[in-house]
Write a protein that binds this ligand. Structure first.
Ligand code: SF4
Length: 201
């Protein structure tokens, strides 16, 4: 059985891919090898757009405050499929749509991507993780290398032109107060809002 969507608090989360260009030191994907076989969020194969839409048809969307593209993997690995799903949802509901992302979509697709989100995605939440390129790369271990940090910041800034809410997150227990302050400054420069989140989310 493939888990395509799953409720978390007031949100309905959609899991479309396990692919990701990073291998973050804290990622559940990295730390849960042994349970992949039994973990419901580990996909045997990626669901098609039609399968995701059919899965959503079984849900009562008014039970939820928002739909979040998330899961074990980077949702923008399937950006254009994700946007097809977003279009489908927008046609039948005014529920808010969020993407939780590592912010590397431009590197994944080899072009600026934020403009594709216009009119479809209400919130983009980007994991900031660190306040400089070296520390960032040590944590996320992006296959795109040291330029990933700047690409992530640029994507975030671009998003502020096309998406109503642009949030950056850092994890509380793994960041110092100084890093959190620096993170706040980075967000202010980009026009994003910082959210300090608990580790387990
Ligand atoms: S970006 Fe997300 S899915 Fe990818 S390795 Fe990091 S925590 Fe895991």
């Amino acid at each position: 059985m493939m888990t395509i969507s799953y409720p978390v608090k007031n949100g309905l989360y959609i899991n479309m891919t396990n692919r990701c260009p990073c291998s973050c030191t804290f990622c559940l994907r990295q730390n849960a090898d042994s349970v992949y076989g039994s973990d419901p969020l580990w996909l045997d194969r990626e669901p098609t757009v039609a399968e995701v839409c059919a899965d959503l048809d079984k849900r009562n969307l008014s039970d939820f405050e928002e739909i979040v593209f998330c899961g074990y993997g980077e949702p923008t690995e399937r950006l254009f499929d994700l946007l097809e799903v977003a279009k489908y949802i927008k046609q039948k509901s005014d529920i808010k749509l969020r993407i939780n992302t590592n912010g590397l979509a431009d590197l994944i697709w080899g072009e600026p991507t934020a403009h594709y989100l216009k009119g479809l995605i209400d919130t983009v939440s980007v994991s900031l993780n660190a306040t400089n390129a070296e520390d960032y790369q040590k944590i996320v271990r992006s296959k795109f290398g040291i330029g990933s940090f700047d690409a992530m910041l640029k994507f975030t800034k671009d998003c502020t032109q096309y998406v109503q809410n642009v949030v950056m997150t850092v994890v509380d227990v793994v960041t110092s107060k100084e890093e959190q302050q620096k993170s706040k400054e980075i967000c202010e420069q980009l026009g994003a809002t910082l959210r300090i989140r608990p580790f387990e989310e």
